[in-house]
Write a protein that binds this ligand. Structure first.
Ligand SMILES: [Zn+2]
Length: 198
């Protein structure tokens, strides 16, 4: 029988993406075993995340400042917005250093299966940014999955009312490919060869 402390932490960790109840319990037991070396480090890092990180109210990025360092950077091109599903995608694209504009994080993708509707994503705030003017191009950088592409087409429709160019990443992207897992060269190529959404 596991102690209630271990059960409570296991259950909390089991909610993390990619961790089920079994691996969560194993992680907790590992931490107990390595409490001297690893546990303090994890606690400090978690504390720093809780105390220092905030969500950018403009784009949804996660940073130590709000607006985030991308939104606050005056060297960034304000005429182009690259729309991504998740913060991890923003970071992946920004590592490739090819996109000099701003970003917008949706916070997921439309999914009938998971019950994710348009109002669950940061779509209205994207439309608001475009409506405010000064934006020439919106790059839809959704993952090359069915749900990602459904989301891209939905957003393209909503953007039709505005005088902006709508482009998407070139499909050198592998089908089913998630941006976060791609190497920088592939990402850079997909971004450079972006094309109008057809
Ligand atoms: Zn931001």
């Amino acid at each position: 029988m596991a102690s209630s402390e271990i059960e409570t932490l296991s259950q909390a960790l089991a909610r993390l993406p990619g961790l089920g109840p079994r691996s969560a319990r194993r992680a907790v037991l590992w931490l107990v075993k390595h409490r001297e070396t690893a546990l303090d480090q994890v606690l400090d890092a978690l504390g720093a995340v809780r105390d220092k990180l905030v969500e950018c109210e403009i784009c949804g990025n996660v940073d130590t400042q709000n607006p985030c360092s991308v939104c606050a950077d005056p060297r960034r091109d304000t005429k182009a917005i690259c729309v991504v599903e998740d913060v991890a995608d923003l970071w992946a694209l920004d590592r490739a250093r090819l996109f000099t504009g701003k970003y917008h994080v949706l916070g997921g993708k439309l999914s009938a299966l998971d019950g994710v509707r348009p109002e669950d994503l940061a779509i209205d705030s994207l439309l608001g940014r475009v409506e405010a003017g000064g934006v020439d191009e919106v790059v839809l950088a959704m993952n090359a999955t069915l749900e990602g592409q459904t989301t891209a087409h939905y957003i393209a429709e909503r953007l039709e009312q505005f005088p902006v160019r709508i482009t998407q990443l070139a499909h050198g992207l592998p089908v089913g490919g998630e941006l976060d897992y791609l190497d920088e060269g592939t990402l850079a190529q997909a971004l450079r060869a972006r094309r109008p959404l057809g």
